[in-house]
Ligand binder design. Structure first.
Ligand code: GLY
Length: 255
């Protein structure tokens, strides 16, 4: 069984953290409608939805990916790099407890789940404004016992590693080379995000399909040309809050 943990959009989403985007008005009602369609798509692709308790006072709480790294054998509760986001983790830890043994990133370490790209037994981790070296080293100490290795990756001009690169097929990654070092991923086939669509490297892979923002038509053509099945969703309001399609769920298998 594939579980997708999601959380409703906060009515305060317009007060979200922003790092690389200028603030513009966000319509919480429209964001909620888009988020519900995203959840429907998760269900259509076979996920069982687990709705986390709403956190109406926490503007970024819809972006649950940042609060935990869920692996087959364990889950690591993060310590988000933005102080305003740290209170998001308690309810996620509570919800994950029945499914996984939990470990925690401790101060002064910081880690956002959006910086962790798992491919097999390798965790590529963005060294970003949100995830510091101490956080990455703590993650390494936790996961090494379970056979995982860590590969820290430098970023520029983007929020998280998964803003710059995501897995879109077994051996294929979608990448914005302007934001990360493509040489790190030399073992993979790389599909480039269209230059006109810098935010288009964030795709959510569920089984053999992708959940993908409908705005990125040029990059979508490149994905489909490689035989990748793409299901699109309008996430334009969530994108104004610097969130992508991976950010809005925690996906993991359970018995
Ligand atoms: N607004 C998403 C984030 O900064 O974490």
């Amino acid at each position: 069984m594939l579980i997708a943990m999601t959380r409703a959009v906060s009515p305060r989403i317009a007060e979200c953290e922003l790092t690389h985007l200028a603030r513009e008005p966000i319509n919480p009602g429209r964001a909620r409608v888009q988020h519900r369609r995203y959840e429907e798509l998760l269900a259509e692709l076979g996920c069982e939805l687990h709705h986390l308790p709403p956190e109406p006072e926490l503007p970024d709480s819809v972006f649950v990916e940042d609060t935990a790294v869920v692996l087959d054998e364990l889950a690591v509760i993060t310590r988000p790099g933005a102080e305003s986001r740290r209170a998001e983790t308690a309810s996620v830890a509570e919800a994950l407890k029945p499914y996984r043994k939990l470990f925690h990133i401790q101060a002064p370490g910081t880690l956002d789940g959006g910086d962790v790209l798992r491919i097999g037994k390798t965790l590529y981790v963005g060294l970003s404004n949100r995830s510091n070296l101490e956080g990455i080293e703590q993650l390494q100490r936790i996961v090494i016992a379970f056979g995982y290795s860590i590969n820290a990756v430098r970023l520029r001009d983007c929020l998280h590693l998964k803003s710059a690169v995501t897995q879109v097929a077994e051996n294929t990654l979608l990448i914005n080379r302007a934001w990360t070092d493509a040489a790190v991923f030399h073992d993979f086939q790389l599909i480039d995000a269209a230059i006109s669509e810098p935010f288009s490297a964030n795709a959510l892979r569920i089984a053999d399909s992708l959940i993908y923002p409908e705005a990125f038509t040029q990059t979508r053509k490149r994905l489909e040309a490689q035989g990748i099945k793409v299901r699109t969703v309008d996430v334009s309001e969530l994108a104004k809050a610097e969130g992508g399609v991976t950010c809005c769920s925690l996906i993991f298998t359970a018995e």
